[in-house]
Design a protein around this ligand. Structure first.
Ligand code: NAD
Length: 496
């Protein structure tokens, strides 16, 4: 146990305690916080769902979920699981909350959690509003300590539904008590964007439209929809990836330097950046957004043939787009973004393409192809490898004078990787500490939905020509054409 870590004291009430997310991610995240000392003796988790478990059965579920995490001392997993308790509960039944209230109060006393309460909603979003309402009506909030709500995605399906949900939550919780999860914000290299930018004069001084030609963000998945087909067919890549993860990454790339690195100041700048994102008219949206859906090929079935997907589904499994920020720093610089399923590989990266030198003094006027200099590119590798590379031009060794691109590269070592907390560990920790930096605020979500709603409306009216890309590619040809039209290309492309 790391005795330097500050212990957090709280009763965590987890709605959806037997769900996939809880078993795959949340218990492991909490166990790691326990191993590091951020959780010690003064915490308890009250799990709820409809399943009829006893405390002992639930503790076994928790131990099974964390069995692959190495123990740092013998008996640690067993000791950890003794902090877990269970009440079967139907979130739609007000009378069930009275039972939860009593149990939370008992656990608070038993574990000395000083009235701190964290409510975690890890279940279908249609229940979020109902739970929040009942937490207030049935008086589950504490008068001492903190009351916080952690809420999973998706946060609405469009601006109107997101606003409705936010209004419902706001009746029970203030904005500073709500922690909206976007697990991309828990990733080491997404957090590193700010260190890279605001910690390095040579980067931040060039971070504007005088020196940057374009910025590219790629969230590429190799898998298809698998067992999430039913959910996905109702959502699509625009809602599932662009509105949240891509918007959050882009906001961090575009934002101005915050006054300090506190959650309040960072939020102010992200919101300002999203406010200057150009909201397209329908015709601009048609010109600047590309959608795709994967066909059969390379040994896999087409999206439309997946279980739970309509045979004529118009749901997009790929989106590419050109975004523009109308502000002094970014005027004229396109942010190209893309995400999709069944693409060539699983990775997330950001490529910042700098302008070429205005004059190439190394060009050989005797040859037609006289441009020898490449653009400098800063690539931030978010996953699976974490690190960054700066592509520079250097002299090719040998006689004569030609240049070639070379990479200055930093990749996290395996030891660093081991030290880096998984997104859910980091986010749980931040919520327990009350730090909002890596959570999405309502204003950010609202701007992102307003931007995305225009595209969604357009796509809901116009029938797409699907399927239009093969598994194992980097999406439909129109994605490459989106950049080619501007005389540019994706930095990451196949066979390159
Ligand atoms: P899940 O369907 O596996 O689990 C849902 C849980 O809610 C179960 O414990 C179930 O018993 C409980 N439940 C359902 N109806 C209930 C009711 N009326 N009363 C009480 N309990 C009820 O869902 P999941 O995959 O764990 O996802 C949970 C949340 O996390 C969702 O908001 C989802 O969008 C989000 N999320 C999940 C993942 C993932 O990888 N699974 C990733 C990102 C976000």
């Amino acid at each position: 146990m790391n005795i330097l870590a500050t212990e957090n004291k709280a009763v965590i009430t987890l709605f959806g305690a037997t769900g996939d997310l809880a078993k795959r991610k949340l218990y492991t995240a909490l166990f790691k916080l326990y191993q590091k000392g951020y959780l010690q003796d003064h915490f308890a988790l009250l799990g709820t769902s409809r399943h009829p478990y006893t405390d002992e059965e639930f503790q076994q579920v928790v131990r099974d979920s964390i069995k692959d995490v190495e123990e740092t001392r013998k008996g640690e997993a067993a000791d950890f699981s003794k902090h877990f308790f269970y009440k079967s509960h139907d979130v739609t039944k007000p009378e069930h909350y009275t039972i939860l209230k009593k149990r939370i109060e008992e656990l608070d006393k038993q574990f000395g959690t000083e009235g701190n309460r964290l409510f975690y909603m890890s279940m279908a979003p249609q229940f979020f509003g109902t739970i929040a309402m009942n937490l207030k009506k049935q008086d589950l909030l504490s008068d001492e300590g903190f009351n916080r709500l952690v809420i999973e995605k998706p946060f609405g399906r469009d601006f109107d539904s997101a606003k409705k949900l936010n209004d419902e939550l706001s009746k029970t919780f203030d904005e500073n008590q709500i922690f909206r999860i976007d697990h991309y914000l828990g990733k080491e290299m997404v957090q590193n964007i700010q260190a890279l930018r605001f910690g390095n004069t040579i980067i931040e001084s060039l971070w504007n439209n005088r020196y940057i030609d374009n910025i590219q963000v790629t969230l590429s998945e190799k898998l298809g929809v698998e067992e999430r087909a039913g959910y996905y067919d109702n959502s699509g890549a625009l809602r599932d990836m662009v509105q949240n993860h891509i918007m959050q990454i882009v906001a961090q790339l575009a934002m101005e330097q915050p006054v300090s690195f506190t959650d309040t100041d960072v939020r102010v700048e992200k919101i300002k950046a999203l406010r200057s994102l150009r909201v397209y008219t329908p015709s601009e949206a048609a010109a600047n957004f590309v959608r795709g859906q994967y066909d059969a090929g390379n040994g896999t079935e087409a999206y439309r043939d997946a279980d739970g997907v309509a045979p004529d589904s118009g749901t997009e499994t790929f989106v590419a787009a050109k975004l523009m920020f109308d502000n002094y720093r970014w005027s004229g610089v396109p942010f190209y973004v893309r995400t999709g399923k069944k693409l060539a590989d699983k990775f997330t990266r950001i490529d910042v393409v700098f302008k070429k030198p205005l004059i190439d003094i190394f060009a050989d006027p005797r040859h037609e192809s006289d441009q020898t200099l490449n653009s400098n590119v800063l690539t931030i590798f978010v996953e699976p490898k974490s690190g960054f590379a700066m592509q520079l031009n250097a002299k090719r060794a040998g006689q004569g004078f030609t240049t070639q691109p070379v990479d200055l590269k930093y990749l996290q070592s395996d030891t660093d990787k081991k030290e880096s907390p998984e997104p859910y560990e980091r986010l749980f920790h931040d919520a327990l500490e009350g730090n909002h930096t890596n959570f999405a605020s309502w204003a950010e979500i609202a701007y992102a939905w307003k931007f995305v709603d225009v595209i969604r409306k357009l796509w809901d009216i116009e029938k797409p020509q699907f399927p239009n890309y093969v598994p194992g590619s980097m999406g439909p040809a129109a994605s490459d054409e989106l950049l080619a039209r501007d005389g540019r290309q994706w930095v990451y492309r196949l066979n390159h």
